[in-house]
Write a protein that binds this ligand. Structure first.
Ligand code: TXA
Ligand code: MG
Length: 340
């Protein structure tokens, strides 16, 4: 089913929202927009419903899902022992692109948490997501609505390109805003740890709760805490994707080398550089000076070349500051090779 709700005001009483909510209540998997990326949602309390998500995406069963809620009261329906620090983050960032890992109270289905004793929760900041979550009045488990391993979807078309025939329906609320997924922060220990960089930056979090750790702060790689999902190949377009460090000259050299070998080349570049290249199909993903714009466009750029005939995709790098940390995290994971 396809429900179009691209409009300014949206209520939980909207006919399309009610139909989509009813589908979730009857244990179907339904895709919907959030402010970060599209999610594929199902009733988080029912393992059979949640299993439809894993089936549709082809997602490994050891990768837990984020539980989406519409109200603060719903936190206690799935989590317990909520530390002060976590409450401060909720006050400051919800609704918004922050997923908080808490101790599970056992109510979420076992396949939601992949058998862990913790659960990830977030309250999305998108009118359609909020209306849908209110209408179904359930905690909704939702990973990004892409085929596992592919770039996350930022439009309903991306969802349909990956999952047509595999899901019950999609609620189309237009293109998402942030463009990269939520920040995942583990609040079950003494110090909060960022497991996945995302829409809320480390600086943003530290302004609210003081020092926060990231996986790279742990010297010994074996001790680095990670979101289970971060170990898988991710965000990758169909053709090989190579990230090229350096500037325009280094990237142009790589294009020339590939052209000589007979390759057709696609390039994801910043707006400032798009006109400076020869021998490649260049796609701009926004200005170096506006990393929010880059985050917003990056997945669409990675997907753009899937529909073209280029056989190698190159990418420029971006500054690792602010939301650029999340952008570079995704590009480095998507890359089959990083040329230094
Ligand atoms: O912005 C987002 O977070 C989007 C939208 C739809 O909300 N969702 C999303 O979900 O990106 P997904 O499944 O693609 O990524 C969830 C990440 C994975 O890396 C997973 O391993 C981690 O969160 N995660 C979920 N529950 C966890 C837990 N209990 N402990 C550690 N990591 C967890
Ligand atoms: Mg994902």
């Amino acid at each position: 089913k396809y429900w179009n709700v691209q409009q300014e005001e949206i209520q939980e009483t909207n006919e399309n929202i009610r139909e989509a909510a009813a589908a979730i209540q009857s244990q179907e998997a339904v895709a919907f927009p959030t402010e970060t990326v599209y999610g594929l949602g199902a009733d988080a309390t029912t393992p059979e419903a949640v299993d439809k998500i894993f089936q549709a995406k082809g997602r490994p069963g050891d990768n837990p899902l984020i539980v989406h809620i519409a109200t603060r009261e719903q936190v206690e329906t799935v989590a317990e022992n909520i530390p002060d620090q976590a409450r401060k983050l909720m006050d400051a960032f919800w609704p918004g692109p922050l997923t908080i890992i808490l101790k599970s109270n056992g109510s979420a289905a076992e396949n939601v948490t992949a058998g862990l004793s913790t659960v990830g929760i977030r309250m999305p900041d998108h009118p359609v997501a909020q209306a849908l979550l209110k209408a179904c009045a359930l905690p909704v488990a939702a990973p990004s609505a892409n085929q596992s391993g592919r770039p996350s979807p930022t439009t309903a078309k991306h969802v349909l390109d990956d999952l047509t025939g595999k899901i019950y329906g999609v609620v189309d609320g237009g293109a998402t805003g942030v463009g990269v997924e939520s920040t995942v922060v583990d609040c079950t220990g003494e110090t909060a740890v960022i497991l996945r960089p995302g829409g809320a930056t480390k600086e943003d979090l530290e302004a609210v709760i003081g020092p926060v750790k990231t996986a790279t702060d742990f010297k010994n790689e074996k001790e680095q805490p990670k979101a289970p999902g971060m170990k898988y190949t991710h965000y990758a377009p169909d053709a090989p994707f190579w990230l090229v460090e350096g500037g325009v000259d280094e990237v142009q050299q790589e294009i020339n080398r590939l052209n000589k070998e007979g390759h057709t080349v696609g390039l994801i570049a910043s707006e400032e550089h798009t006109d400076q290249y020869q021998g490649a199909t260049v796609r701009s993903c926004g200005s170096q000076e506006n990393l929010h714009e880059v985050a917003h466009k990056i997945y669409d750029c990675l997907r753009f070349f899937n529909d073209s005939s280029v056989d190698i995709i190159l990418g420029e790098t971006f500054p690792k500051k602010g939301v650029g940390v999340a952008v570079m995290n995704r590009l480095e994971k998507a890359a089959t090779k990083i040329i230094k």
